[in-house]
Design a protein around this ligand. Structure first.
Ligand code: ADP
Length: 319
């Protein structure tokens, strides 16, 4: 394989730049040429390509976001969009493509591989909702960002003896809520994977209050409800003052943690190795401390396993 492309697609995630750097440098080391495709699949359609060299990925390993930019492209899902993309790929002579993104981006990668373009996916999303990998790039950074924010909120929660509801990202996944909730010692973690009632949440707040707790921190995954609705309901039932904080996009930014940089570097290196050995339609994952290669189709049909043991432990530790 002589010439490959790389793109980032869907939501950005801290560590994507470390993955781009790893792909570009590993590919050049292996004698390949690399083209960066701007704004995900939109750039494939518009022919927005830039030749990458060793220097073009210098000084980016510590930066959040993605130097290639990212986008969502509805046009790419249409036959006309796909045709334009394939023409550009052929004109440039790209034989392989590395796609860094979430499951939507992998659907696009599968479509390309069906049409003869060797594609390798790297899971890049703060949500950590991709099966066959324990972690996706950006998740660890996002969890640490939430933990830092909650540390600050705790100070005022204690001083004012209030119940704080902190809504975190994750789309349909409760992973950011679970991991940050455990790390923060949250009183309650609400996730879409585990059904709950507001009455149960209120009973826990009140029993904590009776035994002298000064505050209550509730971490709510966005997929499990809206912070302001939950806050209003808790106030109505318990009479306690509630404060709601929606952390929002600050969870997507910031300098990636060492863990995310190392994960991204290893996944990027492996993606190039797979393309070099003629593989296609695969995702590079990280399971139990080792790189794992899985068919992209399998990723889309499987469900991410929720860590029930960790959730139950969190409940025990917050009684
Ligand atoms: P993520 O990759 O973070 O899950 P999206 O679901 O928004 O993000 O998908 C990113 C992009 O992947 C879409 O804008 C589209 O260009 C492409 N994509 C998604 N689904 C398909 C599909 N079925 N066929 C082709 N391309 C797709």
């Amino acid at each position: 394989m002589k010439r490959i492309g790389i793109l980032t697609s869907g939501g950005d995630a801290p560590g994507m730049n470390a993955a781009i750097r790893a792909v570009v440098r590993s590919a050049i080391y292996n004698g390949m040429e690399v083209y960066g495709i701007k704004r995900g699949y939109a750039g494939l359609i518009n022919g927005d390509f830039v030749k990458m060299d060793l220097g073009s990925v210098g000084d980016i390993i510590h930066r959040g976001g993605t130097i290639l930019r990212t986008a969502r492209s509805e046009e790419f899902k249409t036959p006309e969009g796909m045709e334009k993309a394939l023409k550009n790929i052929e004109a440039l002579g790209l034989e392989g493509l590395v796609v860094i993104g979430g499951d939507g981006s992998f659907r696009g990668a599968i479509e390309l591989s069906k049409r003869g373009v060797a594609t390798i996916g790297i899971p890049g999303t703060i949500d950590n909702d991709i099966p066959f990998t324990d972690y996706s790039i950006g998740f660890d950074t996002a969890v640490n960002t939430v933990v830092e924010a909650v540390n600050k909120i705790r100070d005022t929660a204690t001083s004012h003896e209030r119940t704080f509801i902190i809504e975190v990202m994750g789309r349909e996944s409760g992973n950011i809520a679970l991991y940050s909730g455990v790390a923060c010692g949250a009183e309650t973690i609400l996730v879409p994977e585990i059904p709950f009632t507001i009455n149960d949440v209120c009973n826990k707040i009140m029993s904590g209050y009776r035994r002298g707790k000064l505050h209550s921190v509730i971490i709510l995954a966005e997929g499990a409800g809206h912070g302001f609705d939950v806050g209003r309901e808790i106030k109505n039932i318990t009479g306690f003052e509630t404060r709601v904080i929606v952390l929002g996009h600050l969870q997507r930014g910031g300098t990636p943690t060492a863990f995310d940089r190392i994960l991204a570097s290893q996944m990027g290196g492996k993606a190039v190795e797979l393309l070099k050995s003629g593989m296609s339609n695969k995702m590079v994952g990280w399971v139990k401390g080792e790189l794992l290669v899985t068919d992209l189709e399998q990723i889309l049909t499987a469900h991410k396993v929720f860590n029930i043991e960790l959730f139950e432990l969190a409940n025990i530790l917050s009684i």
